[in-house]
Design a binder for this molecule. Structure first.
Ligand code: ATP
Length: 335
């Protein structure tokens, strides 16, 4: 089989360390990948005049698949989020975040196994904000029938493909009657085409409460952009934190795989980052590429390594460095 050509965006902060770890694991798993490295993020703004230079998009358009490290988004003023810009430019409308308990990782719950399907292109992330008069700012939340139907169709198809039997649509339609109301209308319409999948609707605040009380009741959470952003981090906390949760941003033509976590500037360059989230994102990427067996091998190697507290990195309360975790995953590949 010929090599897979993949765009690799090392990104900011801990990005180069954790994506480097993932590429080492993929090589050790024997997957033939030719990486095209593309620089993006806060650290390249002075070099290219943009956090998302054109050549990054050109590279992904050529390879169609990318493994991406985190890109820092300045809070308040400064350049717009390159993460959001990338999703919009490539129409990566679906964010997929599997949240699964790993044996050995100290967490309050066992048997969490859910996936968050988040609409990635609109909602409060439309970026349409303006000053009405000094002291008053207006920010628009955009919900369209087209995007809501598309993400609902994606979610139900994903449920079927992954053997899940229940979809929960998360909303705040009691307050945002028109916008979240439209989102629900679209989800309901799609649900009618899947009589074998149980469909329920739950208000976002109630969802947060249920998630921290009995997360096992959920299989697939379908939601718009901002709720998905917030609940993804909450769900990461249920299974060990940001260091262990992978993710994918998928569109019709392109796929970008990345961890839920950000650039973690507080630990960048210290060799302390947990590489598991990006390694698991790379495993998702392999499954997407049809390399199911290698993806499964990497997932079970990560689970095996994290089952031993001696291999836990600092975010899980252990002593292991990024490189030690990576080496242990590579050693576990052949067991
Ligand atoms: P950004 O602005 O890029 O989102 P941030 O610091 O606001 O960065 P995160 O990067 O997600 O947000 O980090 C939140 C916290 O979680 C930080 O304390 C960070 O050190 C920790 N963290 C995130 N990812 C990891 C990881 N892979 N390994 C260890 N700790 C992590």
């Amino acid at each position: 089989m010929s090599a897979h050509e993949i765009t690799l965006i090392p990104g900011d902060g801990i990005g180069p360390e954790v994506t480097g770890a993932a590429s080492e694991v993929l090589a050790a798993a024997g997957v033939d990948i030719r990486w095209r490295v593309a620089e993006a993020g806060a650290e390249v703004v002075s070099k290219y005049g943009s956090a998302l230079p054109d050549q990054v998009l050109d590279s992904i358009k050529a390879t169609r698949v990318a493994l991406k490290g985190p890109l820092t988004t300045p809070v308040g003023r400064g350049f717009a989020s390159p993460n959001v810009a990338l999703r919009k430019a490539l129409d990566l409308f679906a964010s997929v975040r599997p949240v699964k308990t790993l044996p050995g990782v100290p967490v309050p719950f066992r048997d969490v196994d859910l996936v968050i399907i988040r609409e990635n292109t609109e909602g409060e992330y439309s970026g349409i904000e303006h000053l009405v008069v000094p002291g008053v700012v207006e920010s628009l939340k955009i919900i369209t029938e087209k995007a809501s139907t598309r993400i609902s169709e994606f979610a139900f198809a994903h449920a079927v493909a992954t053997g899940r039997t229940k979809v929960t649509a998360v909303h705040k339609a009691n307050i945002m009657k028109m916008s979240d109301g439209l989102f629900l209308e679209c989800a309901r319409k799609v649900a009618r085409g899947y009589p074998d999948i149980e469909y329920e609707e739950l208000i976002v605040d109630a969802t947060a409460m249920h998630l921290v009380a009995r997360p096992q009741r959920f299989q697939l959470l379908l939601m718009e952009n901002l709720y998905g952003d917030i609940l993804s981090d909450l769900c990461a906390g249920l299974v060990g934190g940001l260091g262990v949760v992978p993710g994918a941003n998928l569109g019709t033509d392109y796929a970008v795989f990345e961890a839920v976590h950000g650039s973690a500037p507080d630990i960048a360059g210290k060799g302390l980052a947990n590489p598991a989230a990006v390694i698991l994102s790379a495993a998702m990427m392999l499954r997407h590429l049809g390399e199911e067996e290698a993806g499964a091998r990497i997932e079970s190697a990560v689970a095996q390594v994290l089952a031993d507290p001696a291999h836990h990195p600092r975010d899980l309360g252990g002593p292991a460095t990024t490189q030690q975790v990576t080496d242990a995953v590579i050693a576990a590949l052949d067991q």
